[in-house]
Structures are given as structure tokens and as C-alpha cells.
Design a binder for this molecule. Structure first.
Ligand code: XMP
Length: 315
């Protein structure tokens, strides 16, 4: 992006054109939707309200972090607790595209009722170019339906406003930097949350395991980055696999779960390389996951696959 200030001026003008009255904003706390939210706040002021949905599928500490951040940025926002709705929608579902469809639909139904309450039919989303390209836009095959694209049911009366539609991640980061959003370089987190990092059935119990494992990977990688033993990766996380496996704790045989650790380098998420992580970092991750989830997770694997042929997330 050559000129973020010019982009902001033009985006504000277009948002004012697209939203004659009020709008709600789908705000996840991530860089994309936060950048979109701040543009809309500039364009509309109190005619805009950000909605942050607590899906029950978020990372450790995320709700508190996002709440605090929105408060300091001056955004008008509501936190909507909705874990029950999401777990009900995902009950028994294992197929990745079906998970995304159900999550997208649950989001949209929540946004519809929030829009009713606020007196609008407009919904701002932080959709960026790779979201719709990989969802089958631009005449491509659907690689995976990003929840903020494929999840909008045809019968929804919500009119979407997507101010970042044509931007790639690095451009959004420049814009976020320009708008003063803190840590614009933090790693992306998918809208469907930990549901796509819990392969197989999504239950509160399995999401808790994935949440603990994800926090451990984040802490150990960030520690190593701070100590300069490795470069900051594009993304670093854990995936709970849909398989069970045998382990031992003390004298006991345990039939537990397995976790795969994914640490990748990338420029824009369209391609990615599995990172060469120092052995000591992987060992610390493995030891902590099997200790802090003792009797639940008994095996930790490292994913060495690039994108392509794999994708960054497992689902
Ligand atoms: P994949 O797994 O397709 O991911 O290589 C590319 C980038 O997009 C993130 N991702 C998502 N982001 N909604 C999002 O907002 C989604 O449904 C979604 N799926 C994947 C992923 O974390 C990576 O940065």
C-alpha cells in the first residue's frame, strides 16, 4: 500500500455511501476486523456498534484481551456470550466444510438479532482478498470456505459492507499500523476459532485441550523469539488430532489423544513453509503439553508440510 492516508479517506467516503443509517460491525479482535471497525468508526461515529461474539472457541485470555483493547480504542461495542449456541450447532459434526458452514450460520443468526436490536440491516465484516479467493471467488476452486464468506445464507437480509475486500494481509497490517492498532504483526487466528483446530468432534472438553496446547505453543515460541533463538514465525499453533493413541504415565497405560504442532513462515498466507524450529523449543512444547494435559494428550507431532500441498490450518 503506497499511501495509507489516501486509502483511509477513500474508504471513509465509500462507507458513508454504503451505510446511510446505522450499522453493526462483526469484530473478532483480530487485525482485519479491528482495522475495518476503526475505519467505520471514523466514517460513522455513534451510528456504528461493534459486536464481539464469545463463541466458546477462542484462545486462552482472548475475551479479556479484546474487551480491554476495544475499551482503550474508544470503539462502541457489545460482548455477546454464545458458547452454548456454537457447541449445539457443532454437535457431532466432523467434516471441516460442514463445521465452517454451521459456524458461519450461527454467527449470521446472532448478527441478525443484534442488527434488529440496533435498528439496521447493515453488517460490516473485515473480509480480505485471500478469504474470498480461497473460498472460490475469482473462478477458483473452493479450497476452504472462510466462515465470513461462505457462511452468509442466501435468505439473510443483512447487507454486507466489506471495506478491506481488495487488500492482502501485509497491506492490512500497514493500514492497522497507520491507524495505531497495537501489535499489528501478531499472528492471524481463523474466524471459526479452535473448532478448526479440533479435528473430529468439537466438544467443550476437546476445545479445552486445544486451548491449553495452543497457549503452550504460543508461550514457548514467543519465549524463543524473545531470546533470539528463532525468528518470529508467521503462525504457530497446535491442532488436536482425530485419533487416539497409547502412552504411559508412571505405571499406567493411557489411551489418550495426539496433538500436532504447526509453525510456519509466510508472507501473505497464500503459500507457507514449515519452519525449522530448534529442537529444544519442540522438546519444551512436547514436555509441557503432555505434562499439563497429563492422561489426556500422550503424543505430540511436528508438521513438516509446506503450503502447498497442505494448507496452514488442518481444516
Ligand atoms: P489456510 O489454512 O487456508 O489459511 O492456508 C490461510 C490463512 O487464513 C487463516 N484462516 C482463516 N481466517 N476465517 C479467517 O478469518 C477462516 O475461516 C480461516 N481459515 C483459515 C489461517 O489461519 C491462515 O492465516
Amino acid at each position: 500500500m503506497n499511501d495509507p492516508a489516501a486509502f483511509v479517506t477513500e474508504a471513509v467516503r465509500r462507507i458513508q455511501e454504503q451505510v446511510p443509517g446505522k450499522t453493526i460491525i462483526a469484530a473478532s479482535g483480530g487485525i482485519d476486523s479491528t482495522t475495518a471497525a476503526l475505519l467505520v468508526e471514523r466514517a460513522l461515529g455513534e451510528r456504528a456498534r461493534a459486536i464481539f461474539v464469545d463463541t466458546g472457541l477462542l484462545r486462552a485470555g482472548e475475551v479479556e484481551l479484546v474487551r480491554e483493547f476495544f475499551r482503550t480504542s474508544g470503539l462502541r461495542f457489545d460482548v455477546v456470550p454464545a458458547a452454548d449456541q456454537f457447541f449445539r450447532a457443532l454437535d457431532g459434526v466432523t467434516e471441516p466444510e460442514e463445521k465452517r458452514r454451521r459456524i458461519g450460520e450461527t454467527f449470521i443468526r446472532l448478527f441478525e438479532s443484534e442488527a434488529d436490536r440496533f435498528g439496521t440491516d447493515r453488517l460490516v465484516q473485515g473480509t480480505i482478498a485471500p478469504d474470498w479467493i480461497e473460498s472460490g471467488g475469482a473462478l477458483r476452486d473452493t479450497i476452504k470456505t472462510h466462515h465470513n464468506v461462505g457462511g452468509v445464507p442466501k435468505d439473510s437480509r443483512l447487507v454486507l459492507v466489506e471495506p478491506l475486500r481488495d487488500l492482502y494481509k501485509d497491506e492490512v497490517r500497514q493500514l492497522a499500523h497507520h491507524l495505531g492498532i497495537p501489535s499489528p504483526d501478531r499472528q492471524p487466528f481463523p474466524g471459526p476459532g479452535l473448532a478448526v483446530r479440533v479435528n473430529g468432534v468439537v466438544t467443550p472438553e476437546r476445545v479445552r485441550r486445544a486451548r491449553v496446547a495452543n497457549a503452550i505453543v504460543e508461550q514457548e515460541v514467543e519465549r524463543a523469539v524473545a531470546a533470539k533463538t528463532m525468528a518470529r514465525p508467521w503462525q504457530y499453533f497446535a491442532v488436536l488430532l482425530p485419533t487416539r493413541t497409547v502412552g504411559v504415565t508412571g505405571d499406567n497405560r493411557v489411551y489418550g489423544e495426539a496433538v500436532s504442532v504447526r509453525i510456519v513462515e509466510s508472507i501473505d498466507a497464500m503459500t507457507a513453509t514449515a519452519m525449522e524450529v530448534p529442537r529444544a523449543v519442540l522438546k519444551a512444547i512436547s514436555e509441557r503439553i503432555t505434562r499439563e494435559l497429563s492422561g489426556e494428550v500422550v503424543r505430540v507431532l511436528y508438521d513438516v508440510t509446506d503450503k502447498p500441498p497442505a494448507t496452514i490450518e488442518w481444516e
